[in-house]
Design a protein around this ligand. Sequence first.
Ligand SMILES: Nc1ncnc2c1ncn2[C@@H]1O[C@H](COP(=O)(O)OP(=O)(O)OP(=O)(O)O)[C@@H](O)[C@H]1O
Length: 251
Amino acid sequence: MSDDRPAPVLRAEGLVKTHHGEGAPAHAVRGVDLCVRPGEFVAITGPSGAGKSTLLHLLGGLQRPDAGRIWLDGESTDTYGEARWAVERRKRIGIVFQFFNLVSNLSVADNVELPALLAGTSPKQARAEREQLLAELGLTGKERSMPGELSGGEQQRVALARALVNHPPLLLADEPAGSLDSKGTREVMRLLSRFHQRGQTILLVTHDARLASAADRVISFFDGRIADDAELDGGTPPRRSGIAGVLELKD
Ligand SMILES: Nc1ncnc2c1ncn2[C@@H]1O[C@H](COP(=O)(O)OP(=O)(O)OP(=O)(O)O)[C@@H](O)[C@H]1O
């Protein structure tokens, strides 16, 4: 059967990851196949400890799988070491985390411009990109602030600007609202939906089913495996975005 859908931005086959810590080994990811196509907004949801963050870290090259393969835009990452992953991430993958991970001793402006400068963008262009993103994210006037002077919601918006400054084809978001109040949650989810509507491909990890409902494809993750995926269940057409439900979150 021919498949005339666009080629995947991200493809993974047979991913396995076991963490060896203090206690018994944690079999976090036990064999995952996944394909994310351009323009999709995919949510991976499941209970705490299911392995969602580990999977996202594997897909972003922040951790190495014990087995399995990952392709970015059709290119195998098999030969990538740490340095190459860092370069490819800068170009192709923006990441936002639960606790923002901003550089605390750099201003908002510098946090956002840094990945652009590291990717070889001219200072003038990096500044223009930063100005545009901060304006769009409602942060004009905060350029000289330090991250510690901002609310959680503002810090997450700065993190989003930083993640998107190089126009990566893929945005990975790991519990981006996990440390925010409901106002901050609404803001972040509204922004993710807005970027998605403009064509941004997004992979969101969340334990919160309400947030997952903002995506147009929801993958249920349980005990290191995909338990349910609309795509695998027969290519169900994307559901209408459930962002309205998220925006109704009460304080
Ligand atoms: N660096 C690590 N060292 C040892 N064990 C780890 C490590 N990271 C994760 N684990 C274990 O792997 C399993 C999966 O963790 P993971 O954080 O991927 O799950 P999760 O679904 O994202 O959970 P949560 O929603 O609580 O963040 C858990 O048992 C966890 O304790």
